[in-house]
Write a protein that binds this ligand. Structure first.
Ligand code: PLP
Length: 485
């Protein structure tokens, strides 16, 4: 394709327009020292634009995006809460962002100290004393913990224990992580109360049980009332309990998993501890484990000694490295700042307000919507369309799309799988009563439309740059380049 043909693909490009004009001397200085073989013989095919048009173009594009800084984002399980801007400013400061992970530990004592203090804070909040900050997301935390479990089982001569029990309400990453770590998965039923069916669990426990993976509060937003009994049953059968901590914002500062019998868990710093996420990153999924499992954690570990902090690379039983360097450092820094600013009292209020907001919204929505497990919930709840709405042909997908026209991000839909047509709503603790009221009113209006089976629902959204996309194809065949047709 010739350069002029390519330029046609840039609908805003005008030949000869420039943001900056380089003098011959500038150009010469820029390429000085580069071998001739690395130099282009033709200019690259880039759009030709003035600075103002370019600025407007990118600003407009950014406004087509949806963000927590513009609107309410009640995406269940994802905890899309406000991330204080001051933490962004902190992470951008060059004494943090300018560090190199290969620097001599003696030169980065502040950074190592921050990591060590964060480990201690997470250990304190979870009641699980040994922490690694390495995993880059919740899912990688799950995998890391399962590798730790496997190494521990092997060290005990228990390598016949290769089955992990997982409730049918679990997030998809749980069984996926088990399979990747070389375990078999057995599914445990959800009871009529929306909790793990303890009888079913007892039946499944056996000589091959490596452990239970349980989310608490679970994905229905309900606290596992029998968690201590559940942990005891798993321990008696010789297994360990892994807790998926994606919903930790519901109990942080109130209950400690280590105290109710959990042996290992991950935390999603990018949810509970308020760091920006979405679009695949950046995330951080530290794991916290009991003292018994410490020796198996990944290397390097940040350790404190009399004369300062150092990185321990020699741990005989360690599962080794799980990612490059020391985790998503600037995400760790933001989470650390959040914890230090709020303090113990503030962390507790996070959980209290998350639970209060979810219950307020649940009660406001309960008349118009079906709420399958309608009792006091934790930080989120699951609703679904009523029978009448279903009979009028209104689906959860239509409702989610219609919400966009009211300026709200849709909740998580069709998850957990134990509730058909699920709408999983997590308001988070950072939203005001006015926002929750506005959302409840929008849901009320949508409920009326859904009962009538209005066309507005099926046609939504009409106010967005693109309407309904083939979401499966968008993932499998993304068009990421301007050259794609
Ligand atoms: C319950 C639950 N577990 C695990 C995960 C995986 O976490 P991450 O997206 O950080 O990999 C999620 C993410 O949404 C989740 O909601």
């Amino acid at each position: 394709m010739s350069r002029s043909q390519e330029a046609l693909l840039f609908e805003k490009s005008k030949p000869g327009r420039r943001c900056t004009r380089w003098s011959g001397a500038d150009r010469k200085a820029a390429i000085e020292g580069l071998p001739d073989s690395e130099l282009r013989d033709q200019a690259p095919a880039l759009p030709e634009m003035g600075e103002l048009e370019l600025m407007r173009h990118f600003t407009r594009l950014s406004q087509k995006n949806y963000a927590i800084t513009t609107n309410f984002y009640p995406l269940g399980s994802c905890t899309m809460k406000y991330n204080p801007v001051v933490h962004e400013a902190l992470a951008a400061e060059s004494q943090w962002s300018g560090l190199h992970p290969l620097q001599d530990p003696g030169e980065v004592q502040g950074a190592l100290g921050m990591m060590h203090q964060l480990q201690e804070a997470l250990a304190e909040m979870t009641g699980l004393p040994a922490v690694t900050l390495h995993p880059a997301a919740g899912a990688q935390g799950e995998l890391t913990a399962l590798m730790v479990l496997r190494a521990w089982l092997d060290a005990q001569g228990q390598n016949q224990r290769r089955t992990i029990l997982i409730p049918d309400s679990a997030h998809g990453t749980n069984p996926a992580s088990c399979t990747l770590a070389g375990f078999r998965v057995v599914t445990i039923k959800t009871s009529a109360r929306g909790l793990l069916d303890v009888e079913d669990l007892r039946q499944a426990l056996g000589e091959d049980t490596a452990g239970l993976m349980i989310t608490n509060p679970n994905t229905l937003g309900l606290f596992e009332e029998k968690i201590a009994e559940i942990c005891q049953a798993v321990h008696q059968a010789g297994g360990k309990v892994y807790m998926d901590g994606a919903n930790f914002n519901a109990i942080v500062g109130v209950a400690r998993p280590g105290d109710f019998g959990v042996d290992m868990m991950h935390l999603n710093l990018h949810k509970t501890f308020s760091t920006p996420h979405g679009g695949g990153g950046p995330g951080s999924g530290p794991i916290c484990v009991t003292e018994e499992l410490r020796a198996f954690l990944p290397i390097p570990m940040v350790v404190e000694e009399e004369d300062g902090y150092r990185l321990e690379h020699q741990l005989a039983d360690s599962i080794g490295r799980v990612r490059g360097f020391h985790g998503n450092f600037l995400v760790l820094l933001r989470a650390f700042a959040y914890i230090r600013r709020l303090g113990a009292e503030g962390m507790r209020r996070v959980a209290e307000n998350a639970v209060l907001n979810a219950n307020y919204l649940r009660v406001r929505m309960q008349e118009a919507w079906r709420i399958p497990y309608n009792r006091i919930c934790t930080h989120e709840f699951v609703a679904r369309p009523t029978k009448e709405m279903g009979e009028a042909g209104s689906k959860t997908l239509d409702i989610a799309k219609r919400l966009i026209e009211f300026g709200f991000h849709p909740p998580t839909v069709y998850f957990p799988l134990v509730v058909p047509e699920a709408l999983m709503i997590e308001p988070t603790e950072t939203e005001s009563k006015e926002t929750l009221d506005a959302f409840a009113e929008a849901m009320q209006q949508i409920a009326e439309e859904a009962i009538r089976g209005d066309e507005a629902l099926r046609a939504a959204p009409q106010t967005t740059p693109v309407q309904r996309v083939d979401e499966a194809r968008a993932v499998k065949d993304p068009q990421l380049c301007f050259r794609c047709s």
